[in-house]
Design a protein around this ligand. Structure first.
Ligand SMILES: [Zn+2]
Length: 143
């Protein structure tokens, strides 16, 4: 594994998730053991059995909490921020008609793209540009 200073954050979250998995596993085994002990003691000593069952139930509740907390939406947010809208501008050299549409794979400037809707000429791509989504402003107000 590389030891770049920039990769500190992902490495830390990786370790945290491993610790969480280990904790969930240990708590799960202890909870199962507690429930098992509770059932074993149920006929002989109900007080102790109830304590064991309570510990077991609390353990499973803790696992549920950890799983719920571990599901962080950070990754999804990072993908949303990167999303940019790219649009293609087409122009007809004969009648000067202009049209703007969403960028399609294979678009490039000066490409004869599609027939003109006003004359028999071919519309040529004159500009491919991207703009950042307005959404970003909304997201920052959440923080
Ligand atoms: Zn035209």
């Amino acid at each position: 594994m590389g030891d770049k200073p920039g990769s500190a954050a992902p490495a830390a979250s990786m370790t945290a998730s491993w610790v969480a998995y280990a904790a969930i596993l240990i708590v799960g085994l202890l909870s199962l053991f507690s429930l098992y002990m509770g059932f074993l003691n149920y006929s002989t000593n109900q007080d102790i059995a109830l304590v064991y069952m309570f510990i077991g139930a609390a353990g499973f509740a803790a696992i549920g909490y950890m799983l719920f907390k571990g599901r962080s939406p950070v990754k999804q947010d990072a993908l949303d921020v990167k999303k940019v809208e790219v649009f293609t501008t087409l122009e007809c050299p004969k009648c000067q008609q202009k049209r703007v549409r969403d960028f399609k794979r294979g678009d490039y400037v000066f490409k004869d793209d599609e027939p003109c809707t006003r004359c028999d000429g071919m519309m040529v791509i004159t500009r491919i540009a991207r703009k950042k989504e307005e959404k970003k402003k909304e997201e920052s107000s959440w923080l």
